[in-house]
Each structure stands twice: as C-alpha cells, then as structure tokens.
Design a protein around this ligand. Structure first.
Ligand SMILES: Nc1ncnc2c1ncn2[C@@H]1O[C@H](COP(=O)(O)OP(=O)(O)OP(=O)(O)O)[C@@H](O)[C@H]1O
Length: 363
C-alpha cells in the first residue's frame, strides 16, 4: 500500500429514490487520522451517503475502497460487519440489560478477560471506569454518549462514521464531548466521516469540510478556505447571515452605492451579486451631515437609518434601512452598540471581504 493511500475513498457514488438522485456523483477521500465533515442542509443526502458506506444501503453506481481495497461496488459487497467501520449515531442505543463494561465489550471477540480489559481501557479514556458495573440508566445523557463512543472505538475501527452524534446534548456538554472525541479518534489514527447540518460543529471538528447540496458536493477544503473562499452565494449564506447588493457589470467593474467593485471575467451588461457578511460592515458617524471620508480599503460610505438593534452577548446586530434603495442591511458590532431606531448612520463595506458572484436567482 502506498503511504498516501486514503483510508477511505468513495468514487462517483449515486443513489436515487423514485427517480430522484439523492446522492449524485459523490467522491471523497479521507486519510488516516483525518476528520472530514459532510456538511449540508437537511435532506441533501448526507445520511444516505453514510449508510451506503456503512453497508446498510446499496448504491446504484460507484465504488468504495478501504486502504486501497475495493469493499463495495454494484456487484461486489463486503458485508457491513467485516468493513472495520465504527458507527456512532445521534440515537445511539446502549443495551439496557448489559452493564456499561459489557456494552463497551459487546462488539469485541476473543476471551472474556481480554475483552473486559479492552473495555476498561476505553472506559478509563472517557473517564467512566467507575461506572463499569452499573447499568446505562444510572448514567446521564452525556455519560451514555461517552459510553457509546467507547463502544464504537473498542474494536479499533479503521473508519468511524458519525451521524449528528452530538445533537442530543446540551451546548455546554457538547463542546467538551466533541473535543474528547476528537482527541481519542486522532490518537488511534481513525479516518472519520462526520455528518452534520451545523456549520459551527463542522468548523470545530473538521480537518476538511465537504459542503453538500442537493445530493452533490459543491465544495471541499479546509474550514478556513470554505469560509473565506466560498464557491457561491449559498455557500456564504450557509455559514452566516449575508448582505447582497446586486449590480450590473461595465468594463469588469460594478458601480454600487458603496463604490466600485471588480468583477473580472464577467461580461458587460451581466448582473452580479456582491455578497458580504454583517461583521464586515463598518459603521461611521454622520459628522454634521457630511458623512465620513472614504478610504481606499472601505470605498464609499452609504447612509442608512437604524430599523432595529439587538444585543446578542458577544456582539450587537443592527439592521438598517438603506437610503439608496430602501433595502435592509445587517451589521454586527463587537460588544454593545444599540442605537435608537431612526438614527441615521453611514456604513462602509470591507472590500477585501466581499465576494462577487454572477447573479443566478435567490439563495
Ligand atoms: N429509504 C428512502 N426512501 C425514499 N426516500 C428517501 C429514503 N431515504 C432518504 N430518502 C430521501 O432522500 C433525501 C436525502 O435524505 P438523507 O437522509 O440522506 O438527507 P440528510 O442530508 O441526511 O438529511 P438530514 O440532515 O435531515 O438527516 C431526502 O429527501 C429523503 O426524504
């Protein structure tokens, strides 16, 4: 096996239901010790992809390889239990009639003392060894989740598939368990494919994010790149609120109330959307009705009137009605900034943080 052979590789996976392709030509590869998050809105085909890899559902086309070996195409199929794939789903079920240690040992083979020793090793790692001989109902939801993780890891799976594994937990518990889980998985060099519809979870967990929409992977890369170099307007909108200004291109430039924006490669007369996040709107003050001086970085200021301002904890969200066309524009400001409704203020846009996309309908 070559050193760069992916632990898990799927090629051109297709699955249709009733003539609709819910998994549409999906390819993906994951190296040992790497966490890839399949991120997308509800119904985009994430779980179906995972179920096919787990072997509990068949694809219509495409191949799956583990360490370079074919484990499944449309004629050949290694059964699920021989794929060395661990599963962890949101509705994980521990066996209520088995002790915590027996739950963890459940998928192991070999003599009982060795299985018990391995189960105890895992329980130590998730700090639950003292519960070994208790029954699951005595444990809290978070503790049960950690037992489920120990159980999934006990057979040392080469691949771990996780489908929204943390969504049943409250926020404070979730962060701790996510971090613990990551540490454990990295230690044993497992390749992880984690399905989530929450961008924050993907950003926190993933080495790579595969952004999925309508059965297709529309973009794949490190979280930083997905966030800062999104492929289209919907990809920006998936991670945060957005503001959009539509303009028409003339000589590779678009004239807007916030100044000119470059639109390289877009033909004259075509419409573009200039997309930016609320945190990249700057608020300046109306100096005796003159407005701020334009800067090279921020271009021209445009005036808006405060519609609503809300304090969100770390930041404040201010919504403006813009003078130039009556549209709404959102700005976030660190800490507390709660101007009264009706206050006129001048706004600028961080030009280096704007994305320009050919206009193709709404998000
Ligand atoms: N067995 C099935 N028969 C018919 N349609 C199905 C079946 N399983 C899934 N689908 C449909 O396929 C689409 C994709 O479903 P899937 O569960 O893979 O999406 P998802 O991205 O995981 O969504 P969620 O985050 O809500 O779980 C959905 O429209 C779903 O209704």
């Amino acid at each position: 096996m070559r050193p760069d052979t992916p632990r898990l590789e799927i090629r051109d996976l297709v699955r249709s239901y009733g003539g609709r392709r819910v998994v549409d030509d999906v390819s993906l590869s994951i190296q040992p010790g790497q966490v890839t998050c399949l991120l997308g809105p509800s119904g985009c085909g994430k779980s179906t992809t995972l179920r096919i890899i787990a072997g509990v559902e068949m694809q219509d086309a495409g191949e799956i390889f583990v360490d370079g070996n074919l484990i499944c195409d449309t004629v050949f199929r290694v059964p699920p239990e021989r794929r060395s794939i661990g599963l962890m789903f949101q509705d994980f079920a521990l066996f209520p009639h088995l002790t915590v240690a027996d739950n963890v040992a459940f998928g192991l083979s070999g003599p009982k003392p060795a299985r018990r020793a391995r189960a105890m090793e895992l329980l130590e790692r998730v700090s639950l060894a003292h519960y070994a001989d208790d029954y699951p109902h005595a444990l809290s939801g978070g503790e049960q989740q950690r037992v489920a993780l120990a159980r999934a890891l006990a057979p040392k799976p080469r691949i771990m598939l996780m489908d929204e594994p943390f969504s049943g937990l409250d926020n404070r518990l979730r962060d701790g368990i996510r971090d613990e889980t990551l540490t454990l998985l990295k230690e044993v060099d497992t390749a992880v494919l984690l399905v989530t519809h929450e961008p924050q979870e993907a950003m926190r967990m993933a080495d790579e994010i595969a952004l999925m929409r309508d059965g297709r992977i529309v973009q794949q890369g490190a979280p930083y790149n997905i966030y800062n170099a999104p492929v289209d307007k919907a990809a920006v909108a998936f991670f945060s609120d957005i503001n959009v200004i539509r303009g028409t291109v003339n000589g590779a430039l678009t004239e807007t109330p916030f100044g000119r924006f470059l639109a390289p490669g877009v033909p004259d007369g075509a419409e573009v959307d200039i997309v930016f996040r609320p945190q990249h709107v700057g608020i300046d003050f109306d100096r005796n009705g003159h407005g701020p001086n334009p800067t090279a970085r921020e271009g021209v200021a445009a005036r808006g009137v405060v519609e609503r301002a809300r304090f969100l904890g770390n930041e404040s969200l201010v919504e403006f009605r813009m003078d130039f066309d009556g549209s709404t524009l959102k700005a976030t400001v660190p800490n507390v900034f709660l101007p009264a409704r009706g206050t006129p203020l001048w706004l600028t846009v961080r030009r280096d943080r704007c994305f320009v996309f050919p206009a193709r309908g709404a998000v």
